[in-house]
Design a protein around this ligand. Structure first.
Ligand SMILES: *[C@@H]1O[C@H](CO)[C@@H](O)[C@H](O)[C@H]1NC(C)=O
Ligand SMILES: *[C@@H]1O[C@H](CO)[C@@H](O)[C@H](O)[C@H]1NC(C)=O
Ligand SMILES: *[C@@H]1O[C@H](CO)[C@@H](O)[C@H](O)[C@H]1NC(C)=O
Ligand SMILES: *[C@@H]1O[C@H](CO)[C@@H](O)[C@H](O)[C@H]1NC(C)=O
Ligand SMILES: *[C@@H]1O[C@H](CO)[C@@H](O)[C@H](O)[C@H]1NC(C)=O
Ligand SMILES: *[C@@H]1O[C@H](CO)[C@@H](O)[C@H](O)[C@H]1NC(C)=O
Ligand SMILES: *[C@@H]1O[C@H](CO)[C@@H](O)[C@H](O)[C@H]1NC(C)=O
Ligand SMILES: *[C@@H]1O[C@H](CO)[C@@H](O)[C@H](O)[C@H]1NC(C)=O
Ligand SMILES: *[C@@H]1O[C@H](CO)[C@@H](O)[C@H](O)[C@H]1NC(C)=O
Ligand SMILES: *[C@@H]1O[C@H](CO)[C@@H](O)[C@H](O)[C@H]1NC(C)=O
Ligand SMILES: *[C@@H]1O[C@H](CO)[C@@H](O)[C@H](O)[C@H]1NC(C)=O
Ligand SMILES: *[C@@H]1O[C@H](CO)[C@@H](O)[C@H](O)[C@H]1NC(C)=O
Length: 828
């Protein structure tokens, strides 16, 4: 039976089609010519079949009026075509069959990747009322033919500014001159670059215009006060243009305005309050106009749902009448100058979903939000809010996803009701004065991923309720007053925990569990356990090669730095202030990515045999390292600080160090046994040294001339060496110098530089003691010093000892010229 049916179908496709139609009657059957035009169009388009959703459905055996993206009229004529977001990369030029679809009224090619100019044949689509070519990758001049599409009601040519379309010829005026029916004109990102009154006057000539979007169009100002005579305008979006003008008072005369968006327009003046009286207003966004002033009026009852004034100079009190804006959903006042309290009337805003008031000077208590049960984001960070938060304040906020109260002065308990909110993912309460975390019980549905309670006054034992928050990815409790013993293994099964910081409490963290296996802390990448009374390295990290950041400073870890620690692919390792004596393997097996290594204040000995190649910051100070500085120091091209002070390092500074120039800002070799020239070789022109401290070594030779290339030098300490030279006039043009210590060398000759009145305008410490300087002390050389001298006893320039700090005035903190018996004060 089956074969009998199938064979005639295969043999007679036409018959099959007819049969099919009879079986599935449809309206608007595609006419043959329309189908073949569409198929031709499809065949000529370049697109990725798998990534297309619409074109994929264009199956020749189905009625083309049912293909996705195709709409027909009753006669089977294609009247609307939507090929937006199909990843089309080409295949439409002036000869394309697209332009033969003569019944088309609506065409959407948005969000594709054409990377070509707009074909000029669009004007063949005579009856097109809707043309959407936005973000389709078209570039270059917009063709004049678009201006001949006189029936257009909607024209959307928005583009990404990096693939700019431009309107030069035709310009904006010519483009729209003959399209009198246009209501929606979207030109975001198009290079229009005409002066203020020109684009405004073009808009005013478009009598039916209702919506204009011209964000990022290189428009210039000023905003034309007469624009408001265009009464039908309801959407005005001009973000990211350099308008450099005030918002005209007349804008309050718009009768139907719904959206006014003027973000990043360099607006000035005061935003006209009366604009808020426009009853139709839904959205106002004037964010990121630093010079725009503004105050809030008494809000009338209004329909406003979005109000964004972040990054402006809006100031004053938060209007209590905000409670009148019953539809308000999105409110962003961040980075403004508001002060006073946050009114309780906010709690009447039952539609509120997004409330951001960060970076203002709000004071007083946090109001209750429990009517705003649609709230998803609450950000009150960086204000002066104080008082405590009653637990009930967050009850019922069943949609809250994120709460951020960072940097306020809120005290009392952290309300446990927060931990029962079913959608809450982020809690950031750090830098406040919370005194305790109330233990909580039921968190079974908790989606919490970030809990940051650091820098508060939390006291008492580690809150064991936290052990229930097993979905956490970030847990920060540092800088509190938690005490007692904390067993780290209670967090070991938190599958998603990436960041854990328990530093700076009074906790004794037990991290030495022996039964640890690979399943402990499976996702951890950042662990900070500073001052946690650790006695040994947390061995469970042994195989965690994805660790990036480890800080175990200021503990009581004794003995050996285990070899496994270098194999963790760490970018930053801090193990300073412990009782470490040596490294299990040679100090050369560093992880490739190591950028910061801080070993200071231990009892480490042995040689520093290798400098990690990508190191930026190396602190080996206050240990007992010996041997010489490895030449590999010169390969560390990103090094900005190296501190080897207070060790037993000998030998010379590798001569390559300064020749490469570049990134090194701090070199501290104080208190070692280094010798040879202080700067071997020459310092190159791009020296960025800010601190060079070679105090108490055995350097000899002269003060290196090429130091004059280090024009950002602030601290130069060559004290207690064997340098034989004259006063370093070669440094006189380094105007940043704050500390110059040359004591206890073999310097001789005059202090000061010939023909120079003043140098080192910000110098604070000058120590020239115990050298062989002689002659007159040129008072005028040290300009500020002269001012001081007039108030002091003239012999006061002799300080007692090198360690005395003598506050001469705000400026000088120390001047040490002891044991300079030959010197005479010169007065000019
Ligand atoms: C379609 O592409 C073919 C070959 O790529 C070309 O010959 C033909 O002219 C194109 N047709 C249309 C209508 O663009
Ligand atoms: C275009 O629209 C006009 C007026 O509505 C109509 O008379 C004409 O037939 C349409 N042309 C096409 C090709 O649909
Ligand atoms: C143009 O099409 C895109 C993608 O479909 C859409 O997001 C946008 O709103 C459309 N523009 C207009 C004016 O309808
Ligand atoms: C607008 O129409 C007028 C009259 O038909 C014509 O002279 C002019 O060239 C047209 N402008 C553009 C830009 O097409
Ligand atoms: C807000 O507070 C900061 C710091 O307390 C202060 O510098 C600033 O002047 C204050 N601004 C206003 C508008 O009160
Ligand atoms: C808010 O700031 C203004 C201007 O800086 C000041 O005059 C006013 O006293 C402040 N109000 C409060 C409540 O701090
Ligand atoms: C909330 O609105 C009600 C009625 O509209 C009003 O009586 C009440 O005072 C408002 N609450 C606040 C805190 O403004
Ligand atoms: C960890 O994260 C994954 C992916 O985000 C999520 O599916 C899973 O539920 C999380 N695990 C826990 C214990 O929350
Ligand atoms: C923890 O600190 C509290 C005071 O905040 C103190 O009463 C208690 O004895 C301390 N506990 C431990 C174990 O040190
Ligand atoms: C961990 O260290 C503590 C304190 O030093 C010690 O009492 C305990 O026995 C150690 N636990 C293990 C498993 O090594
Ligand atoms: C400063 O650096 C330049 C370029 O590296 C070099 O030619 C010059 O000699 C240096 N200056 C001194 C005083 O050494
Ligand atoms: C030093 O200062 C005096 C008075 O200000 C001025 O006349 C003289 O030219 C200055 N000398 C130099 C070398 O700058």
């Amino acid at each position: 039976m089956r074969t009998v049916l199938v064979s005639p179908v295969l043999a007679m496709p036409l018959f099959w089609l007819c049969l099919c139609h009879n079986l599935f009657p449809v309206s608007g059957l595609c006419s043959d010519d329309q189908r073949s035009l569409l198929l031709q169009l499809k065949n000529n388009l370049t697109f990725t079949f798998q990534r297309s959703t619409k074109l994929k459905s264009w199956d020749p055996s189905n009625d083309c009026c049912r293909w996705i993206g195709v709409s027909c009229d009753k006669k089977g004529h294609v009247t609307a075509l939507d090929l937006s977001g199909e990843s089309i990369t080409g295949g439409i030029d002036d000869s394309s069959s697209l332009f033969s679809l003569q019944y088309l009224q609506k065409l959407n090619l948005a969000e594709n990747d054409f990377y070509s100019v707009i074909p000029s044949a669009f004007n063949r689509l005579e009856n097109l009322t809707y043309l959407n070519l936005s973000y389709a990758g078209f570039v270059g001049q917009i063709p004049i033919e678009i201006s001949q599409m006189t029936r257009l009601v909607t024209l959307d040519l928005s583009c990404f500014p990096n693939f700019r379309l431009k309107l030069e010829n035709p310009d904006l005026r010519k483009l729209v001159q003959n399209i009198s029916s246009i209501r929606q004109l979207y030109l975001d990102g198009v290079n229009i670059s005409v002066a203020g009154h020109e684009w405004s006057s073009v808009l005013m000539s478009m009598h039916d215009l209702q919506e204009v979007r011209m964000a990022h169009c290189i428009l210039s100002g000023p905003l034309d006060p007469f624009l408001s005579r265009h009464e039908s305008l309801s959407v005005i979006v001009l973000d990211e243009n350099n308008l450099s003008s005030a918002v005209p008072e007349t804008f309050a005369n718009f009768k139907f305005l719904t959206i006014l968006s003027l973000s990043e327009c360099k607006l000035t003046g005061t935003f006209p309050q009366k604009i808020f009286n426009i009853g139709t207003l839904l959205v106002v966004d004037v964010s990121w106009n630093d010079h725009l002033q503004g105050f809030f009026p008494d809000f009338p009852l209004g329909s406003l749902h979005t109000l964004i004034v972040s990054g402006t100079n809006f100031s004053g009190a938060f209007p209590r009448s905000i409670g009148n804006m019953r539809n308000l959903s999105h409110l962003d006042f961040s980075y403004c100058q508001f002060n006073g309290t946050i009114p309780n009337s906010l709690s009447n805003l039952t539609e509120l979903t997004f409330l951001v008031l960060s970076y203002n000077n709000f004071t007083g208590q946090i109001p209750s939000f429990n009517m705003a049960n649609k709230l998803t984001v609450l950000d009150l960070s960086y204000n002066g809010l104080s008082g405590s938060i009653p637990s009930s304040y967050f009850e019922g906020l069943n949609n809250l996803v994120s709460i951020d109260l960072l940097f306020n002065s809120i005290s009392g308990s952290i309300p446990s009701s927060l931990f029962t909110l079913p959608h809450l993912q982020t809690i950031v309460l750090s830098y406040n004065r919370f005194g305790q975390l109330d233990e909580f019980t039921s968190v079974s549905s908790s989606k919490l991923t970030t809990l940051d309670l650091s820098s508060n006054n939390l006291s008492g034992p580690f809150p064991t309720s936290i052990y229930q928050l097993s979905g956490l990815s970030v847990l920060e409790l540092s800088s509190n007053k938690l005490n007692g013993t904390m067993q780290l293994n209670k967090l070991a099964k938190f599958r998603n925990l990436t960041t854990l910081d328990l530093s700076y409490n009074n906790l004794s963290v037990e991290a030495n569990f022996t039964n640890a296996d690979a399943s402990y802390f499976p996702s951890i990448t950042e662990l900070r356990l500073v001052s946690c009374n650790l006695k040994s390295f947390p061995g469970f990290l042994r195989n965690h090669s994805e660790m990036v950041f480890l800080d175990l400073s200021d503990n009581h870890i004794q003995g050996i730095v285990p070899n496994w620690i270098w194999k963790l692919n760490l970018a930053e390792l801090y193990i300073s202030h412990n009782l470490l004596t040596h490294s299990e393997g040679p100090l050369r097996n560093f992880s490739t990515y190591l950028g910061i290594l801080d070993l200071h204040d231990n009892e480490l000995h042995g040689q520093i045999s290798y400098i990690p190649t990508y190191a930026e910051y190396l602190d080996f100070s206050r240990n007992t390292f010996r041997g010489s500085i490895p030449d590999s120091l010169c390969n560390a091209l990103f090094l900005s600080l190296i501190d080897l002070s207070d060790n037993n390092i000998s030998g010379t500074i590798p001569s390559c160090l300064f020749e490469t120039g570049g990134s090194l800002e701090v070199l501290n070799l104080r208190k070692n046994s280094l010798m040879g020239p202080a700067v071997p070789g020459k310092i190159s022109g791009d020296c960025s040294l800010r601190t060079l401290d070679l105090h108490q070594n055995k350097f000899d030779g002269k003060i290196p001339k090429s130091l004059s290339n280090c024009t950002s030098l602030r601290v130069l300490d060559l004290g207690q060496n064997k340098i034989t030279d004259v006063f370093p006039c070669l440094l006189k043009n380094i105007s940043t110098l704050q500390v110059l210590v040359l004591r206890e060398n073999n310097l001789y000759g005059h202090i000061g530089c010939p023909n120079t009145n003043a140098t080192w305008p910000v110098l604070q410490i000058l120590d020239l003691a115990i050298n062989n300087f002689s002659g007159k002390l040129p008072q005028s050389f040290f300009t500020r010093w002269q001012a001081t001298m007039s108030h002091e006893n003239q012999s006061a320039y002799m300080c007692g000892t090198g360690t005395d700090f003598w506050p001469w005035n705000d400026f000088w903190s120390t001047l040490v010229l002891e044991a300079m018996e030959d010197l005479v004060l010169a007065t000019y």
